[in-house]
Ligand binder design. Structure first.
Ligand SMILES: NC(=O)C1=CN([C@@H]2O[C@H](COP(=O)(O)OP(=O)(O)OC[C@H]3O[C@@H](n4cnc5c(N)ncnc54)[C@H](O)[C@@H]3O)[C@@H](O)[C@H]2O)C=CC1
Ligand SMILES: CC(C)CC(=O)C(=O)O
Ligand SMILES: [Mg+2]
Length: 370
């Protein structure tokens, strides 16, 4: 099969982890006789430096004409003081909107060999397997007005949380579809005790639930959800929530998998190419040190193979290779357990590539989100 992949490396460790994922995709292409082509384009701080904007028009064109997009991460202290329209994160928000990437799917489960790597007890994280379905193109990150002004002589700032009913409906429907293929439970997370937007979210969730009588719906307030993720994460099957709650809860949930550097995601489009990205940011504190964990991005590439290209065997091969390398005891510094020695980003990538050609047991991981 021929596939054209747009690659947005972005900033910081984004560049390093994407390099790893491309190498793994190339190896899969050779092994399974696919022709993957990679077209690089600029986004984020790097794009601001080179083109004066965080999302150049030709980047969007490249993405629109691709079969799928692979993204690293954007941002960094160099651009933190820029005005809002010249912040790297703006480029990411713009591309999510422009490609209609309304559903961000973040599967949370821990590889067996990392059960003892998490700071959380094995009894808590064993057999955890849930998906966070995060609304990605609405809510606080997009609402207008947003900005600062002087009002009655006082410096004032506003951000707006706004949603259309149809935006709520489509993401909640997505979560029910996914739950139907899994353990048939949706936990809708909101702040309905305070926010009007959450009250409407609840209403819509109840309406959608009527069309899925085989799926159980529960509502949970977001503060409680943050606690339950650590207390008893096995209770969850599909969590659906608005943009910012999903953003925060998924970073928290990443610790159930051993590290923020382990959690992949798919940002699914309603009408065009989808985008695949690790959930982490550009990690400026470890950028250019060759120590970032590439696994979240490599597993995001596996999601691309499965969800955008229908290449289930190839996706499993990647997940199995990751599992084998972890089972053999190799870890990057973010998941390393004393007295184990950590390996670099490039060595982890090499090990995973080597493991691709070996046969192994089917991984305990992923695929349930499909
Ligand atoms: N999707 C994206 O492009 C995102 C971008 N950002 C941006 O990234 C920049 C840094 O933000 P932070 O709050 O520091 O979040 P971050 O996710 O970049 O890093 C948080 C912590 O996790 C570690 N970490 C992250 N990814 C890792 C990996 N692959 N391997 C090992 N350790 C890893 C970092 O070293 C850091 O200590 C900011 O400019 C922020 O706006 C933040 C989140 C998502
Ligand atoms: C620009 C941010 C919204 C990125 C982020 O934190 C994320 O998507 O998880
Ligand atoms: Mg985030």
């Amino acid at each position: 099969m021929k596939k054209n992949i747009a690659v947005l490396r972005g900033d910081g460790v984004g560049k390093e982890v994407v390099k790893g994922a491309i190498e793994v995709l190339k190896a899969i292409g050779e092994q399974y006789d696919h022709e993957f082509s990679f077209q690089h384009a600029l986004i984020g701080g790097t794009a601001i430096d080179k083109e004066g904007t965080p999302l150049p028009a030709d980047t969007l064109e490249v993405c629109k004409h691709s079969d799928a997009v692979l993204l690293g991460a954007v941002g960094g202290p160099k651009w933190d003081q820029n005005p809002p329209h010249l912040r790297p994160e703006k480029g990411l928000l713009q591309i999510r909107k422009a490609l209609n990437l309304y559903a961000n799917v973040r599967p949370v489960t821990c590889f067996n060999s990392l059960l003892d790597a998490s700071p959380l007890k094995r009894e808590i994280i064993e057999n955890v397997n849930f998906v966070i379905v995060r609304e990605l193109t609405g809510g606080l990150y997009f609402g207008k007005p947003s900005g600062r002004k002087i009002e009655n002589g006082e410096e004032t700032v506003v951000d707006t949380l706004s949603y259309k009913r149809v935006e709520m409906e489509r993401i909640i429907e997505k979560s029910f579809e996914m739950a139907r293929a899994r353990k048939k439970k949706v936990t809708s997370v909101d702040k309905a005790n305070v926010l009007e937007s959450s009250r409407m979210w609840r209403e819509v969730a109840e309406e959608v639930a009527k069309r899925y009588p085989d799926v159980a719906l529960e509502h949970m307030l977001v503060d409680n959800a943050a606690m339950q993720l650590i207390r008893n994460p096995r209770q969850f099957d599909v969590i659906v929530t608005e943009n910012m709650f999903g953003d925060i809860l998924s970073d928290e949930a990443s610790m159930l998998t051993g590290s923020l550097g382990m959690l992949p995601s798919a940002s699914l489009s309603s009408n065009g190419p989808s985008l695949y990205e690790p959930i982490h940011g550009s990690a400026p504190d470890i950028a250019n040190m060759n120590i970032a964990n590439p696994i979240a991005t490599i597993l995001s590439a596996a999601m691309m193979l499965r969800l955008s290209f229908g290449m289930e065997d190839e996706a499993k091969a990647v997940e199995r290779a990751v599992e084998q390398v972890l089972a053999a005891g190799y870890r990057t510094a973010d998941v390393v357990q004393f007295p184990r020695k950590s390996i670099s980003t490039t060595e982890m990538t090499e090990r995973i590539k080597e493991a691709l050609v070996e046969d192994g047991a089917i991984s305990n991981i992923m695929s349930a989100y499909a």
